[in-house]
Write a protein that binds this ligand. Structure first.
Ligand code: DGP
Length: 113
């Protein structure tokens, strides 16, 4: 997607603080961290949000969630972490490329909404 911010980050056209990369996923630090550790994990393939993912893509999403856990471990989040994926306007999704937030490194709020 030519006009997608995260596609440009994945391609290196916009700089980012890379945490992890392989052929399927890219992970980088959120520009506006909401916790001491705040990493965005995105598929390299473009999906606008969770609802854009079809049954044939579930292998990729399972892989991405496993990578979230691996990244949490590599970031030292041994006391727990939270993953969030905002989907659509009511959830305030601001970047229309499916992504998972990995948050941790401190005690997080017990409120999720
Ligand atoms: P969401 O609101 O769920 O769509 O999350 C989008 C996140 O993307 C938000 O936490 C801020 C982050 N973000 C927006 N622009 C940039 C950027 O240019 N670089 C980085 N690293 N993060 C960005």
């Amino acid at each position: 997607m030519d006009d997608c911010l995260f596609c440009k980050i994945i391609k290196g056209e916009i700089p980012s603080a890379k945490v992890y990369e392989d052929d399927k996923v890219y992970a980088f630090r959120d520009i506006n961290p909401q916790a001491k550790v705040h990493v965005l994990v995105v598929p390299k393939a473009h999906f606008s949000d969770l609802c854009d993912i079809t049954a044939k893509d579930t292998g990729l999403t399972g892989y991405l969630f496993k990578k979230c856990a691996d990244i949490a471990a590599s970031e030292g989040l041994t006391n727990g972490f939270r993953i969030i994926s905002n989907c659509g306007a009511d959830a305030c999704q601001s970047v229309k490329h499916f992504h998972v937030h990995v948050l941790g490194g401190e005690q997080l709020s017990d409120k999720m909404g």
